[in-house]
Design a protein around this ligand. Structure first.
Ligand code: ATP
Ligand code: MG
Length: 434
């Protein structure tokens, strides 16, 4: 196998005169008769390959000139500083090899010269991701995950995995995908919530999980998918304020890491990433209602969930990340802890980006009797939660945690229009393939 010695992005002027081997795709070919150009693209950028008959030999020159676009090629040659080339250098090859020829026509144009419908792009996602601006989001997403994991480890947290095939709904809702599991009915899990709480009773104290959640929601929006990656965290002997601090540290830390380490991919996206300042502003649900009522005349009753219009108004007014705290107990899940002196309000919070919700969290109910009551109040049957409730009968530390949507974090960070641009193979109401 001919190994690449460098990525295109690693070619610098001090390599002038050195022999290198590049490997990638034939991004573009231009034939000017006696001289021809091949632009090679790999995941770090583009390189101009100048094909010269004398260096390559007659036969090799002839076949190199006719390489079909997007074929997989390996090029060995000398680096030459060339101010007229797009990146200030060219490669003068002595060998050009096609490892895999691309058929024509292509399902879409990876050179980004031609606009393309989202469905066409997703149908040929492998080729869509060859486009540098599409790839950039996924390279940055990986950097976000690296930064989050390092941050969690630095907070002495343990990474865990909980089952995705489950027997009961986290919140008893209807948004579940049923699957057949031998002779039983089972579901794809909506959230690791109940399991990570059980790990608090297991004495694991500080856990995080990065994994898929499945929601059979019918809606077709730019911020919902039916399969998403959730970053979940749960901490014992912590309250809502403690885990909000960790959440803003995680988000601001991810921005900082990307700003410092992903300059090439941010450049491809034309972004100058601003790291959000911490602490994020905290406003209560009641303050949010007042603000929206006063300034925008939004008519909402205390106890209503915030509608999209109110969320948009708040986002525009505040203009940066903020926490919405102290929600009505009636609209947060049963495991959210109500205030002792004011049980109609609870210690639940949402982390908001001006464009959308990024995370939900809370201090949790850890008292067994209160939890059973809260489950009943929500019209659910505690018998269905026995496996979970059992963990609250033999000593359960007070605890708090949150769940953060990875794709929403990335799409807001990178100003992507649609969550589908932050997921490699998205799953929505209409899409199960590829
Ligand atoms: P929303 O109100 O925006 O539908 P949610 O309150 O139902 O979200 P949670 O149950 O609080 O969502 O889940 C925690 C986080 O997981 C959300 O803040 C979001 O970032 C992410 N998330 C939840 N559902 C989806 C989805 N269908 N697609 C993408 N991300 C999601
Ligand atoms: Mg939520």
């Amino acid at each position: 196998m001919i190994l690449r010695t460098h990525y295109s992005g690693e070619i610098t002027p001090d390599l002038d005169g050195k022999e290198v081997t590049l490997a990638g795709f034939a991004h573009e070919t231009r034939d000017l008769g006696g001289i021809a150009f091949l632009v090679l693209r790999d995941r770090m950028g583009l390189a101009q390959i100048t094909l010269v008959k004398k260096l390559l030999g007659k036969e090799a020159f002839k076949s190199a000139r006719t390489i079909s676009r997007e074929s997989v090629v390996v090029v060995r040659g000398q680096v030459k500083i060339e101010p007229k080339a797009p990146r200030g250098f060219e490669i003068l090859p002595t060998e050009v090899k096609v490892l895999s020829a691309a058929q024509v026509p292509l399902p879409l144009d990876p050179t980004e010269k031609v606009e393309c419908e989202l469905d066409t792009r997703l149908d040929a996602r492998f080729m869509d991701i060859r486009r540098p601006c599409v790839l950039a989001a996924f390279e940055i997403e990986s950097a976000v995950l690296k930064s989050l994991r390092e941050y969690f480890y630095s907070q002495s947290m343990t990474e865990v995995f909980t089952p995705k095939i489950v027997a009961a709904a986290t919140e008893g809702g209807t948004d579940l995908f049923p699957i057949s599991y031998f002779e039983k009915e089972a579901f794809l899990n909506q959230s690791p919530q109940l399991y990570k709480q059980m790990l608090m009773s297991a004495g694991m104290d500080r856990v995080f999980e990065i994994g898929p959640i499945f929601r059979a929601e019918e809606h077709d929006t730019r911020r919902h998918l039916n399969e998403a990656i959730s970053i979940d965290l749960e901490i014992s002997f912590a309250d809502d304020k403690d885990v909000m601090n960790i959440l803003e540290g995680a988000v601001a830390g991810a921005y900082k890491y990307v700003a410092e380490n992903c300059t090439y991919h941010l450049g491809v996206l034309g972004l100058d990433l601003q790291v959000p300042k911490t602490p994020f502003r905290r406003i209560t649900y009641t303050e949010a209602l007042e603000l929206a009522g006063e300034k925008a005349g939004v008519k909402m009753q205390w106890g209503d969930d915030l509608d999209t219009e109110t969320e948009r108004f708040l986002g525009e007014t505040i203009g940066e990340h903020y926490f919405l705290t102290d929600w009505p107990s009636s609209i947060k899940p049963y495991y959210t802890l109500p205030y002792e002196d004011k049980p109609e309000v609870c210690r639940g919070f949402d982390l908001m980006h001006p464009r959308m919700e990024l995370a939900s969290g809370a201090q949790r109910v850890h008292d067994y009797n209160m939890l059973v009551e809260r489950i009943k109040e929500k019209g659910l049957d505690p018998d269905g939660f026995e496996f979970y409730l059992k963990a609250f009968r033999y000593g359960m530390p007070p605890h708090a945690g949150w769940g953060l949507g990875l794709s929403r974090l990335v799409m807001t960070m990178l100003k992507l229009e649609n969550i589908r641009d932050a997921v490699i193979f998205p799953r929505d109401r209409r899409r199960l393939v590829p």
